[in-house]
Write a new protein. Sequence first.
Length: 265
Amino acid sequence: MGLIRDVKCHNCGASLSLKAGEVIITCDFCGTAFNVASGKDFFLEHSILPSNFDNKKVDDIVRTWMGDGPLKPSNLRSRSIITGRSQVFLPFYIVHTNVRTSYKGFFTRGGGREERSGSLDREYYWKVLGRRGSKFPTKEYEIPLSGKEDFNLSKIPAKAKYLNAEFDEKDAQDMTKVEVQDHQRFLIMDQVNEVSEMDHDFEIEDVEFVHAPVWRIDYTYNGSPFQILVCGNTGNVIRGDIPPPDLSVGGFFSDMKRAFFGKRK
């Protein structure tokens, strides 16, 4: 993704290198955020979650994860080789919204056709990753907002990267409404499995912008590549690829032994 033009930071006057697709840029010198699309300073609360784990600590977390869980090969930890690790601070919008969904429909799962209506009220702190086309498991990532601090470039380790957002808070709100509507519909389908009417009333309370640290760990198992994502603030595994089970005779008996007698201490 090449550079397309330079703009100046309104705070310190430094040149902001803008890459194709980016909308919210953070100055590399003073940490001020700037909305390129509107040509205005970025006034949302801009926070950062500090990274609390270095390479060794992350490796320890990964090794512990490899040794836990009944679905993992019994020799996953001993046969795995960590081939790479990198940390990136990802841009998230946290959209605080209240929504009331009114609905009418029919419940037919019992064999009849019962007409039902009602409303579903929910409060959400909905997470939206500010990057387009990303396959990051946003729904699985419990962002620890209690640990957030005011954005400060000093909180980003030397070898870590941070990404700018590719859309602004208005787009994040629109995306939130679409995703929350789908989620509300999913919840309502427990009450009516045939929907005739559905109306959503949104109240956006607040939007904030947070950079959160995520470690990407690459490893191989029996020569095949896999990946693990770890929260750099809490050390929790966000998602990890689990290799298929060892189908050899030795692997089968090893897994059976572990299932019946547990791991050796």
